[in-house]
Ligand binder design. Structure first.
Ligand code: HEM
Ligand code: HEM
Length: 136
């Protein structure tokens, strides 16, 4: 496995554990905001998306029979995905304390750019794939 795949899978599992802790906290304390969006996105952008990123980087180049279009894009994408998600968490906390959405907006854009880089890298990788020969 490439280091990007390993890093993403490890991060995915850490976010999953954090999301479960927050879920249990909400379930037992009844305090929802700002924990619900943080819990939801640790699960959906942390656990699920990062697991998909990690597994995607491993599997899609093998399916396409071509190397990943850009390792450098993948590394950038890894850092932006983590900075974006941690920053969004901070953004939800700031919003609940001060009603200010700017931090959330900035890190949401970082997270969206990360997703865009993944999509571009994968489109470029699968575009190069040769068509399978017709089954006889
Ligand atoms: C031990 C595991 C989990 C616990 C204890 C837990 C607990 C909770 C609690 C207490 C809420 C707030 C619900 C409310 O009162 O309205 C919530 C919301 C939510 N959870 Fe979890 N959860 C768990 C796992 C997951 C997983 C694995 C996912 C997704 C992969 C997930 C996705 C969500 C989402 C998207 C919401 C927001 C739902 C909405 O907008 O109404 N949760 N969870
Ligand atoms: C760049 C990526 C993303 C950004 C910037 C983003 C941002 C947001 C924001 C600002 C909210 C409103 C939460 C609030 O303040 O109460 C929200 C809610 C929600 N998002 Fe996302 N999101 C992203 C990706 C995703 C993905 C990939 C999923 C699912 C796979 C998802 C599922 C949800 C759900 C279920 C809710 C409602 C749950 C709640 O209120 O906590 N989001 N999102």
């Amino acid at each position: 496995m490439s280091k990007i795949t390993v890093w993403f899978i490890k991060c995915a599992m850490v976010y999953f554990l954090l999301a479960i802790v927050l879920g249990l906290h909400m379930a037992t304390s009844g305090t929802i905001y700002p924990y619900m969006p943080i819990h939801a996105h640790f699960n959906l952008l942390g656990w699920m998306s990062m697991m998909i990123y990690g597994v995607g980087y491993h599997i899609l180049p093998r399916f396409s029979g071509k190397p990943l279009y850009s390792e450098k894009f993948a590394e950038w994408q890894f850092w932006l995905a983590n900075i974006g998600l941690v920053g969004m968490t901070l953004g939800w906390m700031v919003r609940s304390w001060q009603g200010d959405s700017r931090v959330l907006m900035i890190f949401s854009i970082v997270e969206a750019v990360s997703a865009l880089i993944f999509v571009i890298n994968m489109f470029k990788t699968i575009k190069a794939a040769p068509a399978p020969s017709a089954a006889k």
